[in-house]
Unconditional design. Structure first.
Length: 178
């Protein structure tokens, strides 16, 4: 069953309203949503737990509150977690997270980016790339860093609005195409 877009937007807005507007807490809520959605998608036991109508809502809510506490997120979110259980929105948390992240990006002028590197680099080099991208775009980016030796050298940066391919592989492909 696919949730209606207005419900997804409502849950995302409620999450934003009930969360302290501090950058770290907003990011932690996004990480909690990601974890819950991944658990739902990949763990049959978790899926059975949250969807089983014979398990009391209080028990499910206690589990969600425990996760919230482990993430260091304030109690203001408990009301929204209960609402998510009430409307059975756990299966839709992937979409909720996407809308929530978009709203957080607007609020903080912070965007997420995937930084693909050919090899492991120092934190200083990553910070230098962040600064260059910030100077160019006027936005801060939170990088998810992954390695892909197929790039040979350089890096690939993917954001929601652009892709910057500064890899050796791309340069070699350009030469081969002539």
């Amino acid at each position: 069953m696919k949730a209606r877009p207005e419900i997804i937007r409502k849950v995302a807005k409620l999450l934003l309203e009930k969360t302290q507007k501090e950058r770290q807490e907003l990011i932690k809520v996004s990480q909690l949503l990601e974890l819950l959605y991944r658990l739902y998608k990949s763990e049959r036991d978790f899926r059975g737990f949250v969807l089983n109508p014979t398990i009391p809502k209080e028990k499910k809510l206690a589990f969600l509150k425990g996760l919230r506490e482990r993430f260091g997120i304030g109690q203001g979110l408990d009301e929204v977690l209960e609402y998510i259980l009430d409307i059975n929105a756990i299966p839709s948390l992937g979409e909720v997270k996407r809308v929530y992240d978009y709203e957080v990006e607007k609020l903080l002028r912070l965007s997420k980016a995937l930084l693909v590197l050919a090899r492991k680099v120092s934190e200083q080099e990553i910070e230098r790339i962040k600064q260059v991208v910030k100077n160019y775009t006027g936005r801060d980016y939170e990088f998810e860093v992954v390695e892909d030796p197929e790039l040979i050298g350089g890096f690939l940066l993917k954001t929601s609005s652009f892709v910057l391919d500064a890899s050796v592989r791309r340069g070699l492909e350009s030469i081969l195409r002539g």
